[in-house]
Design a protein. Structure first.
Length: 295
C-alpha cells in the first residue's frame, strides 16, 4: 500500500501514516436542538476516548429555497420543513456554551459548514479544522471560501464520482487535505460500503484518507482502519430509537466505545509489515520444531 505524501495536524494530533487513527464522533443534528443533549453527547465522546466531536452548521435561508422550507413536514418544532430546519439549528449562544464545555473537557470540536456564512460563524470559535460534507463536494465557491481560511480541510466523498473528486481536490489543493471515503446512504448497507476505495483514494491523491461510516454495525469501520484509514467518523446518539433522521445510522454509547477500543487493538496488531520471529516464539521453536532450519 502506497504511503501518504503528507501528514495533517488537527490541533495537537496528526493524521497520516505512522499516527494513531483520529476518531471523530459526529454529533451532527442528533442533539435535536437541545443544548443539554448536545452536552451529553460530547460527554459520551469523551468517555469513549474519541479525538474530536463534529457538528453541522447551516444558514437556513441560504441552504434551502423558500419552496423547500414551506413544504409540509410534521415535526417537533412545527408543521413545515422550515420549522424543522430552524429548530435543529444552534445559534451563537448555543455554540458559545458548546465551545466552553468542550474546552472544559478538553474535547476538540469543529463543524461541517454548508455555506459561506456558516464558515464565518464557526470561525468565530477558532476550530482546528473544517469539514466539507459529501453533499457540498461540488460547491466550488464553498470549497474555495473554506480553503481561504487557511486551516486543514476534511472532505467527505460520498455520493461523488472520481471526476467530481478530482475537480474538488484540484480546487482545494492537496496541502492540509484529508479525504474521507463514504457511502451517503443512511443507513448504508454493507455491500454498498466498498471499503477498498480507501486504498484507491490514497494511491490516486497521495493524501491521508479516512472513512466516514453510515452503517449500523461496527466490523466494517474497524476493517477500514486495517485498510489504512487515517481517521474514522461515526454518528453518535444516546438512543437510536430517538426522533431524528440520522439516529438510525448512529452508534449508541456502547457502540462508539467499542469502535475506539477495537480500532486501538487493530493499530497494535498491524505492525510494520516486516516478517520476523518475535521473542516469545523462540521458546515455542525449541518445544515444537523437530527439524531446525539450516543456518
Amino acid at each position: 500500500m502506497q504511503g501518504t505524501t503528507q501528514e495533517v495536524s488537527i490541533g495537537n494530533k496528526k493524521m497520516g501514516d505512522g499516527h494513531p487513527c483520529f476518531i471523530i464522533a459526529e454529533i451532527g443534528i442528533n442533539h435535536n436542538g437541545d443544548i443539554d443533549l448536545a452536552r451529553r453527547l460530547i460527554s459520551v465522546a469523551v468517555a469513549a476516548g474519541c479525538d474530536a466531536v463534529k457538528f453541522q452548521k447551516r444558514t437556513i435561508d441560504v441552504v434551502y429555497t423558500p419552496a423547500e422550507l414551506a413544504k409540509p413536514r410534521e415535526n417537533p418544532f412545527g408543521e413545515t420543513n422550515g420549522d424543522l430546519k430552524r429548530g435543529l439549528e444552534f445559534g451563537y449562544d448555543d455554540y458559545r456554551l458548546i465551545d466552553r464545555y468542550c474546552r472544559e473537557v478538553r474535547m476538540p470540536w469543529f463543524a461541517s459548514c454548508w455555506d459561506e456564512r456558516s464558515v464565518d460563524f464557526i470561525e468565530r470559535f477558532d476550530p482546528p479544522c473544517y469539514k466539507i460534507a459529501s453533499a457540498s463536494l461540488t460547491d466550488d465557491n464553498l470549497l474555495r471560501y473554506t480553503r481561504a481560511i487557511g486551516k486543514p480541510v476534511i472532505l467527505s466523498t460520498g455520493m461523488s464520482t472520481v471526476p467530481e473528486i478530482d475537480h474538488a481536490v484540484e480546487v482545494l489543493g492537496t496541502k492540509d487535505l484529508v479525504l474521507l471515503h463514504a457511502c451517503s446512504a443512511y443507513p448504508a448497507y454493507y455491500p454498498e460500503l466498498n471499503l477498498k476505495a480507501i486504498v484507491t483514494l490514497r494511491e490516486r491523491y497521495g493524501v491521508p484518507v479516512g472513512y466516514s461510516g453510515h452503517e449500523t454495525g461496527l466490523p466494517s469501520t474497524v476493517a477500514a482502519v486495517a485498510l489504512g484509514a487515517c481517521s474514522v467518523e461515526r454518528h453518535i446518539t444516546l438512543d437510536r430509537s430517538m426522533w431524528g433522521s440520522d439516529q438510525a445510522a448512529s452508534l449508541e454509547p456502547n457502540g462508539i466505545t467499542k469502535i475506539v477500543s477495537y480500532v486501538r487493538v487493530v493499530e497494535q496488531s498491524l505492525g510494520d509489515g516486516v516478517k520476523r520471529v518475535v521473542e516469545r516464539e523462540h521458546d515455542v521453536i525449541k518445544k515444537l520444531r523437530r527439524i531446525r532450519a539450516v543456518a
